[in-house]
Design a protein around this ligand. Structure first.
Ligand code: SF4
Ligand code: SF4
Length: 352
């Protein structure tokens, strides 16, 4: 019903998409950053994709410029993709060069299609989340700059997706990307006893995913340091546990081999390969170096169309560590399965 809920999809579609809705039969990538969709009606639709800034943060001034570009090149429509790229759909093929130059003048590189780095994505992190252990947007800015050539060319073995999250809540979905950059706290959450009175202690105890919080006398709880995985869940449930983290304890972990789609080997959760790198703004050299090391090893050894996780599945984790030169530890990769049997599902919300 008009006026209730979000605007209708029909009102948001470019005319060429409306005309060919449900009639698309194939697509190809005539050049990096450009997708051509063919319809059974005989029409071909050209889409130009460009990278947006990390976390798709733009000013109204920039949005007005993007809208002006849409008016001129794409009948007044654009869309933001799941990976925070901007796409102009229905661009006349003879004007693609002109559009690419216009976007470049706005600082938006065209690319991120086919066998390239697809735009990096991340959660808000420090920008406005109190749980963050790192600044994923700033890290992604550096990673994107380092891999700009890989974004603008189709020269990788397969598509590459790099995602960042400010903490292990993983709102940025690092765990289902080829490379995930995940903020980690290493400190126990503080317990501000004077604030405990304002909290529902049974709720706080139940919210801990590993059962690390337990009662300790009337109106008091304690944290088992051997169980705590330094997630920020308790600090969400109760202000007595905040803020979690510290300048020395917080940092970044790297996970690899994740994927959300059902293509190839199917969906996969990324595995931990680097447990901790320091927060080192503004350029995070340790993090960018680790990402480059992993990407270089994959590029040098993967087969065509083999995503990073599929390459690892073929050669095995031991060889992955040999090829990348990253230090291997029994505490990596397996996701602490052995310890998980002890406690991961032993919290008060136990389910199997
Ligand atoms: S992943 Fe963590 S830091 Fe990022 S938005 Fe979610 S809770 Fe906040
Ligand atoms: S909720 Fe997370 S941070 Fe808090 S005690 Fe449990 S594991 Fe540790």
């Amino acid at each position: 019903m008009p006026g209730i809920g979000i605007p209708t999809l029909e009102a948001s579609l470019p005319p060429i998409v409306k005309r060919n809705y449900g009639k698309w039969i194939s697509h190809e990538h005539p050049r990096p950053g450009v997708i051509k969709h063919d319809s059974e009606t005989g029409e071909a639709c050209y889409t130009v994709r460009a990278a947006m800034p990390p976390n798709a943060r733009v000013s109204t001034a920039t949005v007005r410029k993007l809208c002006a570009v849409a008016d001129e090149f794409a009948e007044g429509f654009f869309r933001i993709t799941q990976r925070n790229s901007i796409e102009y759909v229905g661009v006349p093929p003879g004007r693609i060069d002109e559009l690419i130059a216009r976007l470049a003048a706005l600082g938006l590189p065209v690319g991120g299609t086919n066998r390239s780095l697809h735009n990096t994505t991340c959660c808000t992190g420090y920008m406005h989340c109190h749980l963050a252990a790192t600044d994923p947007a700033a890290i992604m800015q550096n990673v994107s700059a380092m891999l700009l050539r890989e974004y603008q060319t189709d020269t990788l073995p397969a598509k590459l997706k790099i995602s960042g999250s400010g903490c292990i809540n993983n709102c940025g979905e690092g765990s289902c990307a080829d490379i995930g950059i995940v903020g980690v706290h290493r400190d126990l959450p503080p317990i501000h006893v004077e604030k405990l009175k304002g909290c529902e202690l049974p709720l706080v105890i139940s919210v801990c995913p590993v059962g690390a919080i337990r009662p300790k006398g009337p109106g008091m709880v304690e944290i088992d340091p051997k169980r705590c995985i330094h997630c920020p869940a308790c600090s969400v449930a109760c202000g007595a546990f905040a803020p979690i983290g510290s300048a020395d304890g917080d940092g970044v972990a790297i996970v690899v081999g994740g994927k959300s789609s059902n293509t190839g080997d199917g969906p996969a959760i990324a595995k931990l390969v680097i447990p901790y790198l320091p927060n080192n703004p503004p350029h995070w050299p340790e993090v960018t170096k680790a990402v480059k090391t992993i990407v270089d090893a994959w590029v040098a050894n993967a087969r065509l169309d083999e995503r990073l996780g599929e390459w690892i599945n073929r050669i095995g984790w031991e060889r992955f560590f040999q090829r990348t030169g990253l230090p291997m530890s029994l505490k990596l990769v397996d996701g602490y399965d052995a310890r998980a049997l002890e406690y991961a599902r032993s919290n008060v919300r136990f389910r199997w």
